[in-house]
Design a protein around this ligand. Structure first.
Ligand SMILES: C[S@@+](CC[C@H](N)C(=O)[O-])C[C@H]1O[C@@H](n2cnc3c(N)ncnc32)[C@H](O)[C@@H]1O
Length: 357
């Protein structure tokens, strides 16, 4: 039966207004990223209300650009302007979520993903037409932004809240065990663990040379002798060593073949070992993600990064929103016996799977 609906004018106008709001917020994301990278938010946090000349002077930046940025931030409700003096200020309540002095809460870090993804738009459009994927090398700053992201969301809670999700692991790490981090990126989490637990040994594997170099540099600067990082493609890895504890922070869903990597992890775990997998907390069914607080952002990140980097390696292209249901199934198919899901208050984006052989 063909149903012809009447055109709802109010619905159409409401939608058009929504679109305008979406474009305003998209534009603000770009300017928040600039405020973060130039240090403008940090400078303003330590200043009283000031003119654009004073703010530009204190930041060592060009006044004309700073003034335009300040006006954008003002109409966007991020910065306030005094009606009489026309001086700009960053309210303390906003600075709490935009500055480096609050590393655990600095949401300005995440704004950087918008320009980072936009930079590969042409490549992604080409993939829409011809299939295939975009390689890691095409992204200018992905590993840098990712390191900042996990330096904040993982590091701030790793020792206090994340590791204690695995019963007894702190004690074992203190005594001395072998640990592997899969898809370690710039090695922030592993370097912190190696520093905190000097009796244990730590190994990090990642596909890309750039983050491995950063990870090695940090380990050297910290004088760590119980850690090694290797550039290693996990796609066809076969278990050659045994580890007591394996971690993967946001690094399974964007693998070329997550099924093979999970099997590799299963086969590399010692008999009483544990696998801790931090990955996206969402459903494999889009209808269950309608109220997800980061739904549109995460599907976009999937299309323009996680799914496409996997497809570029000839992989499955699982995508960011593979869902906890599919994660459970794939972990069981890889041979794991028991999977426990945990959620942490500081991290609404992820689920923490504690997995046993
Ligand atoms: C989203 S990043 C997470 C990085 C790091 N765990 C963190 O939290 O900062 C995923 C990582 O998986 C790595 N990766 C992707 N495919 C890989 C493969 N085939 N073998 C090894 N590592 C891979 C990427 O290079 C990237 O550093």
């Amino acid at each position: 039966m063909c149903v012809i609906c009447e055109f709802n004018q109010a619905k159409a106008e409401g939608f058009a207004n929504n679109l305008l709001e979406i474009y305003n917020h998209g534009a603000l994301s770009l300017m928040i990223s600039i405020g973060h990278r130039t240090g403008l938010f940090d400078t303003m946090q330590s200043m009283k209300a000031a003119s654009s000349e004073e703010i530009a002077g204190a930041s060592g930046l060009n006044e004309r650009y700073v003034r335009e940025w300040l006006n954008t931030m003002t109409v966007g409700g991020i910065i306030e302007i005094d009606e009489k003096s026309e001086c700009y200020s960053l309210p303390a309540e906003h600075a709490a979520f935009l500055t480096r002095s609050n590393p655990a809460d600095n949401m300005a870090v995440f704004a950087q993903y918008i320009p980072e993804l936009a930079q590969v738009e042409d490549n992604i459009i080409d993939c829409f037409k011809n299939g295939g994927g975009v390689k890691y090398e095409e992204y200018h700053r992905f590993h840098e932004v990712m390191a900042e992201d996990s330096g904040q969301s993982v590091l701030s809670s790793l020792i206090q809240s994340i590791l204690p999700l695995v019963p007894g692991i702190i004690q074992k790490l203190e005594q001395g065990i072998d640990v592997l981090d899969v898809g370690c990126g710039s090695g922030k989490a592993l370097n912190l663990m190696a520093e905190t637990f000097p009796n244990s040994s730590f190994t990090g594997y990642d596909l890309c040379a750039e983050p491995i170099e950063v990870a090695n540099r940090e380990a050297m600067e910290k004088g760590l002798t119980n850690i090694s990082f290797e550039q290693f493609d996990l796609t066809h890895a076969k278990a050659a060593r045994s580890f007591d504890f394996i971690t993967a922070f946001d690094a399974i869903h964007d693998q070329a073949h997550p099924d093979k990597v999970l099997r590799f992890i299963h086969d590399s775990l010692s008999t009483h070992g544990t696998f801790l997998m931090q990955d996206i907390d969402a459903s494999e069914n889009v209808r269950n993600n309608m109220e997800h607080p980061l739904g549109p952002l995460l599907y976009t990140v999937s299309t323009m990064h996680c799914m496409t980097v996997s497809l570029a390696q000839g992989g499955m292209g699982l995508g960011t929103m593979w869902g906890t249901e599919k994660a459970q199934r794939m972990l069981k198919e890889a041979g794991f016996r028991k999977v426990i899901e945990n959620r942490l208050e500081h991290d609404p984006q992820n689920c923490y799977f504690v997995v046993y052989n």
